[in-house]
Design a protein around this ligand. Sequence first.
Ligand code: NDP
Length: 462
Amino acid sequence: GQARIGLIGLGTMGAALASNIAEKGFDIAVFNRTTQVTRDFAAGAGDLGTKITPTESLEELVAAIATPRAIILMVPAGQAVDDQIYALRPLLDAEDLIIDCGNALFSDTDRRVHDNRGPFLGVGVSGGEEGARHGPSIMGGGAQEHWDRVADIMTAISAKHEDDPCAALMGPGGAGHFVKMVHNGIEYADMQMIAEVYGILRDGHGMAPEAIGDVFAAWDAGPLQSYLIEISGKVAKAQDVATGEPLLSVIVDAAGQKGTGRWTAIESQHRLAPVPAIEAAVVARNLSARREERTEGERIFGPAPQALDGLSHDTLERALIAGKVICYAQGFEMLSAAMRDFGWDLPMARIAQIWRQGCIIRSSMLDDMSSALADAPGTNLMFTDHFAAIMRDNHQALREVVAQAALNGHPLPALSSGLAYFDAMRTARGTANMVQGQRDFFGLHGFEHVNGKTGQHGPWAG
Ligand code: NDP
């Protein structure tokens, strides 16, 4: 019979996703630009081979799929996706569905969904190769009727939290890729905060990587339980294959990025959504690349990080708990801003649920986040009953860590901006009255008077 679905792009993610789809019992036809890759994939498919139809041209691919067709694209985001759609559409029927499962910029997906050249879904897939192969978290975007055509496949291949599939339609247009983008922004901030605490343990406490790994492993059994804490412990305990040195000692301290965190930071500005911990994490990666300048700075000013004995592991754990709540609060606030601006009805509590397994930011805290967001929709996560209690219990620890770190020269960009966010968000009377006064003084921009009148001016107005 004909394949239930097609897939183009047998790279890391595409090959894993195709195998996952076949393993769940769906016949799948596959195509790759470089034919040898397709042949190698089919040859290596083993038992799954009976479910997989390798094809060597787009025409052959299209002919191998049952109508109305559904075809997944797993090629690099950007021009490659447009090129592939352009090449494919003339071969397709009007109702055939194209599904971009790559990391597209949500506004590109929005455009592709609305270009009226045929049904289109933009689906965010999180979890790396391992997730794609054995169960990713799946964030769909597009029309419900189009999602419904492949919902059984998306559900089947997704990660499961107990029995609950980590796959859902987020909303129309680019909503799925928007949620995936914010997921990655939270991921950046969470990773950065963990790295900052690692820095205190390393430079402030003088701990060896192995011992730091033990600390993270212990935290992974508590409220911080999460994939990122787990792998941070494993990274800290790992040894370099070439030298036998602790792995962390041989990794250059310059972080790479593929740009989704940057997208989150840029988009947050358009949405007027404050996500300073995410921005700080992106900045930290950019700054980490400036190795020569940092070395020069150390030469000029002397090494900064000083021994730092006053902070217990318990205080550091608590600071990280508060920081983590703040990261997620900012991410969810950005989703709320997108709902308002784009008229989406993002399923906030469900988003927390589909992030519980499969994706990089999976963590046990997401269960409580889902309940909190269900009970108090539209409320900043930090203000929901459950997380307000957590913040009350832990913000003092975050404060101690940030203060001690500052006094002793440890840079904590994400944790300190997270603390500033918390403090700003619990200050009813802030200082923007001064900014408004300044703006009115030099530009007669006007201010809102506390009596409610807008467009008011200071005595300098003529
Ligand atoms: P790879 O580089 O491993 O694979 C890219 C695939 O796309 C190859 O099959 C390649 O074919 C094909 N391709 C590249 N350029 C074109 C083009 N112009 N036209 C047609 N086909 C093309 O990438 P990944 O699998 O890692 O990533 C794919 C998508 O998934 C990206 O959007 C990525 O951001 C996203 N993603 C990746 C994750 C990861 O952990 N790697 C996690 C989540 C999402 P050929 O063999 O001919 O080169």
